[in-house]
Design a protein around this ligand. Structure first.
Ligand SMILES: NC(=O)c1ccc[n+]([C@@H]2O[C@H](COP(=O)([O-])OP(=O)(O)OC[C@H]3O[C@@H](n4cnc5c(N)ncnc54)[C@H](O)[C@@H]3O)[C@@H](O)[C@H]2O)c1
Length: 292
């Protein structure tokens, strides 16, 4: 490894400035890193910036963040629309949609674009095996999964997923950044679709959807049952709406592909909602209806 292998990570790239990418960019910038977010086009970049500005604005309104910290955080973030502009980054976190072909294409391009031999490429995938992404690059030993949770500025957990080819030094350096600089709690998982949390969570949500579609109970009662009966902060259907029903379906599909267990197969009601574009909170309607 070159001299830079142990150097502190200060320059971070994020591919995709959606729900998760914007959150990852925000926490990295707030921790003092220089952050470059790559989006598809200028409109998507503007939407990503808006997402970060409103999240920081809400934190200021609630008295959880000083206005000066908000300004310093925003000053640490820039937006680009060409992956080539991430060339000098030491860590790049990919956070585009949960579609394997799209991620593979980005990993191949990132491998070529990054100039630092020690640069680490991470995926925020919820379920796609990291090995499938690592082999698309020219540096499979520098690829790993860093799975953040939504909303990123609030949720402390990050799952760290080395593939069978990830170098030990790369795991240590990534963990040092995520836990030491971003202040997150890291748990490690083997490279199996869904990792620890979604392997447990997705069958739970799928069971709630099946319960609803079979007429067993109403959406309101299913959610209230888990909130009041198990002290969950949200019911499974409201949580699915918050995550995005397209994301839930894509994650379930990847897990079904890996394990071939009915436990992970997307119920027809979930498929119909996704086909209808009723994706939950982000579109105003999913299992519940939202005013924006
Ligand atoms: N939504 C959640 O609660 C959640 C939680 C943990 C992990 N994840 C994972 O995070 C990833 C992103 O999910 P999300 O909910 O933020 O999705 P999203 O649809 O909100 O955001 C994806 C973003 O990627 C951008 N994008 C698409 N192709 C691109 C490209 N070629 N170059 C640059 N940008 C591109 C899109 O414009 C969009 O802004 C997925 O892998 C998902 O499984 C999601």
């Amino acid at each position: 490894m070159s001299e830079a292998s142990g150097s502190a990570i200060e320059r971070v790239g994020v591919v995709g400035g959606g729900l998760m990418g914007a959150g990852i960019a925000e926490v990295a910038a707030r921790a003092g890193s220089s952050v470059v977010v790559c989006e598809m086009n200028a409109a998507a970049a503007a939407a990503g910036r808006d997402r970060i500005e409103s999240s920081l604005g809400r934190a200021v309104e609630r008295g959880k963040l000083e206005a000066a910290v908000r300004d310093a955080t925003l000053a640490n973030i820039s937006f680009v629309t060409d992956l080539g502009d991430l060339a000098d980054r030491q860590l790049v976190v990919e956070a585009v949609r949960e579609i394997e072909e799209e991620k593979v294409e980005i990993f191949a391009a990132l491998g070529k674009a990054l100039l630092d031999d020690d640069a680490i490429i991470a995926s925020n995938t919820s379920s796609i095996p990291i090995m499938k992404l690592a082999v698309a690059t020219n540096r499979p030993d520098h690829v790993l999964g860093l799975h953040f949770f939504n909303p990123v500025p609030v949720m402390r957990l990050v799952e760290l997923i080395p593939s069978i080819t990830t170098a030990v030094e790369v795991v240590q350096r990534a963990e040092g950044y995520v836990s030491g600089v971003l202040g997150k709690h890291v748990i490690r998982s083997q490279d199996r679709a869904g990792f620890v949390v979604n392997a447990l969570f997705v069958p739970y949500v799928i069971s709630a959807i099946r319960m609803l579609e079979s007429g067993f109970a109403s959406a309101e009662d299913i959610d209230l049952g888990m909130v009041e009966g198990c002290s969950h902060p949200m019911g499974p259907l409201a949580l699915a709406d918050m995550i995005g029903l397209d994301t839930i379906k894509n994650v379930a599909d990847s897990m079904y592909e890996e394990y071939k267990e009915p436990l992970y197969s997307a119920p027809p009601l979930l498929c119909r909602l996704v086909e209808a574009g009723l994706l939950g909170r982000k579109t105003g309607r999913g299992f519940f209806t939202y005013t924006r």
